[in-house]
Design a protein around this ligand. Structure first.
Ligand code: SME
Length: 165
């Protein structure tokens, strides 16, 4: 059983280090990439403050992302590479912290409450294969510490999971 004990969030690097330890323990012994994505999004959504969406999009082809496991309101299923924050992150090959989604041309609004967004890449030895996407109702919610922390959690998810067909 997962018990959500409060983690001190006043020191973000320490908070994400502790969350990384929780995630490793949660995924230990399980290689199923969908089950692990489901539990990773649930852990993030439960533990990271001020989120209204947390989840995965996976590349179904070179030019399209498809929705994976997530927590939050139902979301758009397909995002073309180069479109929205998620598709732009894939196109540019970098994480995208967006302070105010209203200022990002082409932002795809799945939840009208979202004001800021953080997208980090999922990559293995073969390259980028998807993203982790976080939305917050607070403008400016995500800083460099959040980006580094979520990138670390994404890497733990990739290392723990099997992506063989
Ligand atoms: N806002 C994203 C779409 C996904 S939802 O936020 C869950 C984007 O612009 O790519």
């Amino acid at each position: 059983m997962f018990a959500a004990t409060a983690i001190d969030t006043s020191n973000k690097p320490a908070f994400y280090n502790e969350l990384a330890t929780h995630l490793k323990a949660l995924l230990e012994g399980e290689r199923d990439s969908i089950a692990n994505a489901a539990n990773t999004s649930a852990l993030i959504y439960q533990m990271v403050p001020d989120l209204n969406w947390a989840g995965f999009y996976f590349l179904a082809s070179d030019d399209e992302l498809v929705l994976g496991p997530f927590q939050g309101k139902p979301a758009c299923v397909r995002i073309a590479v180069g479109k929205g924050v998620c598709g732009t992150a894939i196109d540019l090959g970098m994480s995208m912290p967006i302070k105010d989604v209203h200022d990002f041309p082409g932002h795809i609004a799945c939840d009208a409450d979202s004001r800021s967004e953080l997208v980090v890449l999922l990559r293995d030895a073969d390259g980028v294969f998807g993203v982790v996407d976080l939305d917050s109702p607070l403008p400016g919610r995500f800083d460099k510490d959040d980006q580094a922390g979520i990138e670390k959690l994404a890497a733990i998810y990739v290392a723990a999971s099997s992506f063989e067909d």
